[in-house]
Design a protein around this ligand. Structure first.
Ligand code: G3P
Ligand code: MG
Length: 240
């Protein structure tokens, strides 16, 4: 995806992307989860990024309760406390650096910006790691635009939660010079996927945990899926 040029193999491959690592098999967004996804042969891992005290942390929610033994808001909690929490199975909340060290060149990393105002820190992070293959996504399309202005070579993908018109999606994607549009299962109708394919725009669909659904999305024109269960999906989708 990024860092180095996209080669033809990657460009045409139907992607299996481990959602928060392998969130259906290990505690989400932990090193154990990313390691499991890599062992299972995903093409990429997706992770969620927030910033605390100038450190980029891999964490989905605004609050701590659902996935850790802590309480309160992530943003209100000192980094030293956050790093001592149990994020499941004795795992810690990892930094983006720790995940990048683990993944290295074994797969791509899809960095999802979960907060406004972190584009500059993510751009700095990516510049410091030119060998990392990355795709940066966000529901906050303005934040993606800022990232592009700071680091124009980074591939980006606007996220869409609800089904919008293909025309609106494409307008956003073209404005960002996007590598893909990342759409929810609900939004990924056959008509939308066909429209993206006809316009030469990749569509990646989240979150798909059943092999038959992954196969039918592939047949309808999707370019890849995010999954909590790479054990079920890797190997179940065919070559393009
Ligand atoms: O990037 C795909 C997906 O992760 C977006 O939604 O809530 O799981 O971060 P969410
Ligand atoms: Mg995400």
């Amino acid at each position: 995806m990024g860092g180095k040029p996209i080669n033809d193999f990657e460009k045409d491959r139907f992607l299996v992307i481990g959602h928060r690592g392998a969130a259906g098999l290990r505690p989400e967004n932990t090193l154990a989860s990313f390691e499991r996804a890599l062992e299972l042969g995903v093409d990429a891992v997706e992770l969620d990024v927030r910033q605390v005290e100038d450190t980029l942390l891999v964490f989905h929610d605004e609050r701590l309760e659902r996935t850790t033994n802590g309480r309160g808001r992530l943003a209100d909690t000192p980094l030293s406390v956050l790093r001592g929490l149990d994020a499941g199975g004795g795992e810690r909340i990892p930094t983006l650096d720790e995940v990048a060290d683990l993944v290295g060149e074994r797969a791509w990393i899809n960095i999802e910006l979960k907060e406004r105002g972190i584009a500059a820190a993510v751009a700095r992070f990516l510049r410091a790691r030119p060998a990392l293959r990355s795709l940066v996504s966000s529901f906050d399309h303005g934040e993606l635009e800022r990232l592009r202005s700071l680091h124009p070579e980074v591939p980006v993908a606007p996220l869409f939660e609800t089904a919008g018109s293909a025309t609106a999606l494409l307008r956003t994607a073209r404005r960002l010079d996007a590598w893909s549009v990342n759409v929810s299962r609900a939004g990924a109708t056959p008509a939308l996927l066909a429209a993206m394919r006809d316009e030469g725009m990749r569509a990646l669909v989240y979150t798909v945990n059943r092999p038959e659904e992954a196969r039918s999305l592939q047949a309808a024109g999707a370019s890849g899926v995010f999954t909590d269960r790479p054990d079920r999906i890797v190997g179940a989708v065919g070559p393009p």
